[in-house]
Design a protein around this ligand. Structure first.
Ligand SMILES: Cc1cc2nc3c(=O)[nH]c(=O)nc-3n(C[C@H](O)[C@H](O)[C@H](O)COP(=O)(O)OP(=O)(O)OC[C@H]3O[C@@H](n4cnc5c(N)ncnc54)[C@H](O)[C@@H]3O)c2cc1C
Ligand code: FES
Length: 283
């Protein structure tokens, strides 16, 4: 059992937990993730390690409530216990030998991009951070991102905080103002359409772009095949080969089709979960 030591509520749908998980904290690196199961009969969900403290033996996760399990998780409190907390899983992000890197985080993607930006900065690279959210209410960790980056640019889709525009608008401005030859690498993490839009843009400039894919997962060990994705001419498994991949090689159309595969079942699970009539559907 893994104890929730701290809970922070960033918005009605975005929450942070600090979890007591010394073995995971001891060996995890930027870019890796965990798979948790709330209780014996719960589904396994992957969440990125957003921060860790090796001395305290803790792992921080930040998640957005989208369906049954993330809503159940969001209802838990400090002092509660999570049944399984497995990790670290996946390959760590490769800290490439570049002078400058742009780390782009969209929405809840700010959480996974944070340790990657910090790792690049600790390796002596110039890190330009770009973080964006739909609106000010959904914005979090500006302070942590400012500390993890050499410079930070913030934007909101609706203009309710700092400036109006998508992260892609800001990225284009950065590339144009610094010159594409001075931006050798972009790391982009966020919703699939955002990562795809970043890749479409950087491909035109010829800038290498790493993305962190959020494929559907079951076992997280490379055995079930659920998270397979086409990258270039190869079939890869996000859980063991990723989650980082060259965004210009990813078959985005196939990935988005596969991500929507269980939409009807997910909707039914959520409706049962939210049933308050006392029939037991909420279990
Ligand atoms: C390696 C990895 C790291 C992740 N890290 C984070 C993180 O740090 N924070 C965070 O909030 N989420 C993260 N996710 C996504 C998270 O796992 C899903 O949101 C979660 O599994 C949804 O479970 P659910 O039962 O609440 O919703 P479901 O009922 O399963 O799904 C509800 C909706 O979410 C979409 N969805 C389901 N699973 C995923 C998925 N794996 N990725 C994206 N969308 C999904 C569905 O298409 C559907 O529209 C990560 C996913 C992966 C693969
Ligand atoms: S989750 Fe089963 S192979 Fe990746």
């Amino acid at each position: 059992m893994f104890k929730i030591l701290e809970k922070q509520v960033f918005s009605p749908i975005i929450k942070l937990f600090v979890i007591d998980a010394p073995k995971v904290a001891k060996s995890c690196q930027a870019g890796q993730f965990i798979i948790l199961r709330i209780h014996e009969e719960g589904e396994r969900i992957p969440l990125t390690i957003a921060d860790f403290d090796r001395e305290k033996g803790t792992i921080t996760i930040v998640f957005q409530e989208v369906g049954k399990t993330t809503k159940q998780l969001g209802a838990m409190e400090a002092g509660d216990y999570i049944k399984d907390f497995v990790g670290p899983l996946g390959e760590p992000t490769h800290i490439e030998d570049v002078d400058t890197v742009v780390c782009v985080g969209g929405g809840v993607g700010v959480a996974p991009v944070h340790p990657i930006a910090r790792a690049f900065k600790e390796a002596g690279k110039h890190v330009i951070g770009i973080m964006g959210a739909r609106n000010q209410e959904l914005m979090f960790w500006e302070d942590k991102m400012r500390a993890a980056c050499s410079e930070l640019l913030v934007t909101t889709d609706d203009g309710s905080y700092v400036r109006k525009g998508f992260v892609t608008d800001v990225l284009k401005e950065v590339i144009e103002s610094k010159g594409k030859d001075n931006i050798p690498l972009v790391v982009a993490i966020g919703p699939q359409p955002m990562m795809r839009a970043v890749c479409n843009m950087t491909k035109d400039y010829g800038i290498k772009t790493i993305v962190s894919l959020n494929a559907l997962m079951v076992d997280g060990t490379g055995m079930c095949g659920c998270c397979r994705v086409s990258v270039g001419d190869e079939t890869k498994f996000v859980c063991v080969d990723g989650p980082d991949f060259d965004g210009h090689q990813v078959n985005w159309a196939e990935l988005s089709l596969r991500s929507a595969y269980f939409k009807a079942e997910e909707q039914k699970a959520l409706e049962r979960h939210e049933c308050k009539c006392g029939c037991g559907g909420g279990k």
